[in-house]
Design a protein around this ligand. Structure first.
Ligand code: PBG
Length: 330
């Protein structure tokens, strides 16, 4: 049937019909809010490029968790800025490190709130790379296999503190398997791994590196994070490998410029919980344009998040998580 018998606008005249046939939904329970914790007390330092987001000391963080727990979000994702950084990121592996401290606080204040921890070394190393460095083929580069042992220690410290899910984000070969073995060895076989399986070397992480004070002091992350121009099949291979190593959930990151990847992953791996990270740069550019009066923040944010869901992600990590709860309420 074609026009005039078929008129697709019939589906659009009445707002209630549009409502009825909606297929993509956004719910607070699918959203995860990233939070940044640093040592000290009374610290609530706004991140200049991410208005409304703060580096918080443990006491301020406790209050934030108390409030966030009432919103019905899927969970929080924790990033830490340690008191001291060193070449091997010691704070990251310590049970007294900033993240284990934060996890214990969150679990005490709001035991029912899901706590996910980012497992990576870039916030903790003096050089800002995502693990240990060594000379690889005449160049200083990330030492893959030494880093695996370190990641095992870091994930173990997070699990012992009470983390509900650990999320390795370093794109280190073998990271999921190494963490799974370590967690199993210490009796934490029930803690799932959300792998940042297809993570691209993206300029959209710029504001985050200010937030987490994690910019590399030299070089870049292109020898471990994926090349945006690489064949999409490489993302599928990364995911296949992570699943084989025991990943329980997978992530594509960033989200907006990689909706095609999200879509392909959804089709290729049905049944695997798929997350997408709506990263700092995606948030900051809308905030900036909204401040200039050039975009409507709420409308653009909701459209963005819907698009990420429509592409196939069930879970979205987003700096708008709290706003969405308010916006959905009307
Ligand atoms: C690495 C990590 C990064 C982000 C999350 N985990 C930064 C990076 O890879 O350089 C970026 C998140 C964002 O931009 O919002 N620990």
């Amino acid at each position: 049937m074609t026009f005039p018998t078929t008129r697709l606008r019939r589906l659009r005249y009445h707002p209630a019909v549009r409502n009825l046939i909606r297929a993509t939904t956004l719910s607070p329970s699918n959203l995860v809010l990233p939070l940044f914790v640093r040592p000290g007390s009374g610290v609530r330092k706004e991140i200049a490029s991410m208005p409304g987001h703060f580096q918080m000391s443990p006491d301020v963080f406790a209050e934030e968790v108390r409030q966030v727990a009432r919103l019905g979000l899927g969970g929080i994702l924790l990033f830490g800025i340690p008191a001291e950084k060193d070449a091997c990121g010691s704070d990251a592996m310590s049970d007294q490190g900033i993240i284990p401290q934060a996890v214990r606080i969150a679990k005490e204040v709001a035991p029912q709130l899901l706590v996910i921890t980012d497992v990576c070394f870039c916030e903790y190393t003096s050089h800002g790379h995502c693990g240990a460095l060594s000379r690889v083929g005449g160049r200083i580069d990330l030492d893959n296999d030494t880093t695996l042992t370190m990641l095992g220690h870091q994930a173990a410290a997070h699990a012992r503190a009470g983390a509900d899910i650990v999320a390795p984000s370093g794109m280190i070969d073998g990271m999921v398997g190494a963490i799974r073995r370590r967690l199993d060895a210490i009796g934490y076989h029930h803690v799932p791994i959300l792998s940042y399986a297809a993570k691209y070397a993206s300029s959209f992480y710029g504001p985050f590196r200010e937030a987490a004070e994690s910019a590399p002091q030299f070089g870049d992350r292109r020898s471990y994070q994926m090349d945006p121009a690489s064949d999409p099949g490489q993302a599928l291979r990364e995911i296949e490998l992570d699943l084989a190593e025991g990943a329980d959930m997978i992530m594509v990151k960033p989200a907006l410029a990689y909706l095609d990847i999200i879509c392909q992953v959804r089709e290729r791996f049905p049944g695997v919980p798929l997350a997408a990270y709506n990263v700092s740069g995606e948030f900051s550019m809308v905030k900036a344009a909204a401040r200039l009066g050039w975009l409507d923040e709420r409308a653009v944010a909701m459209e963005t998040l819907l698009a990420i869901r429509r592409a196939g992600a069930s879970i979205i990590l987003t700096y708008w998580a709290k706003d969405v709860v308010a916006w959905l309420k009307g």
